[in-house]
Design a protein around this ligand. Sequence first.
Ligand SMILES: [Zn+2]
Ligand SMILES: [Zn+2]
Length: 347
Amino acid sequence: MRTVNAIAAPSATEPLVRTTIERRDLGPRDVLIEIRYAGICHSDIHTVRGEWGPISYPQTVGHEIVGAVTEVGAEVARHAVGDRVGVGCMVNSCRECVNCQAGQEQYCLAGNTGTYTAVDRDGTITQGGYSTHIVVDEDFVLRVPESIPYEKAAPLLCAGITTYSPLSHWKAGPGSKVAVVGLGGLGHMAVKIAAAMGAEVTVLSQTLGKKDDGLAFGARHYYATGDPDTFEKLKNTFDLIVNTVSAPVDMGAYLSLLRLDGTLVAVGAPPEPLPVQVFALFGNRRSFAGSSIGGIAETQEMLDFCAEHGIAPEVEVIDGDAVNEAYERVLKSDVRYRFVIDIDSIR
Ligand SMILES: [Zn+2]
Ligand SMILES: [Zn+2]
């Protein structure tokens, strides 16, 4: 075991604090990563505050992790010391079920092992990326292309893949019309990726406050959902709507914007159930779907795609001591567009 510096939540109600955590000794297929940056995802906040169910404390979160390999186990073949690597939302899965065999480890039927708050194979609770080092099985470690700076690569490991996967699955591309609901951490990546795929992208945001940003990220159109005319004007328009908002929305209103065989896919989750009028699905043979992160191979594909197209998240780099303040700003949507912790600040 090695003791490393970290930032952890002591309880659901206290601020995060500097502390130390233990990392396991390297197994034959493990990689030791010296973490450089860790992104702050909205899920981190829900998790440490116990809003998604009880967890054990202290808990270190963070599942947008990038850094350099500093040590490898005897049988490691995919990564070498010095490699630029990343770790996203999961660090293991059963590898045997039909979904794992299909490369969809995120949908592992035995449940994938989350990067934090999950029971690891050694029985300990996994601890996330707000720390100086992490030990991860090589199969769940991604290569970070040289052309993407570390701090910008971090949010790709959750926000990037969470939006890339549905855009790829529902074939966003030339000739397709994609709407992105919400222009936050997930939404701004959805716009950049969909535009890079060649789709005609529309942003649907509460106000026009971030319109200039949205258009600069590659959107062709930008509408305020607070304006009732928007829903009238855009009826039967989109092949795919990616809803990144975790607040409840009027499902009927959004479904009415889909054209024939269109799909509304949720990647943000409100805690309460959403009422759906089934008649809203009959018209235009519409679908309502969900999507969760992406498989390991697909996450690598996303990183390579972003490098090839020169796209990356907009980030605000902060020191470890500013995490609590950053959480408050995330909750007020006061971030453009992702906070990333400089892990050197806690080394
Ligand atoms: Zn996340
Ligand atoms: Zn599995």
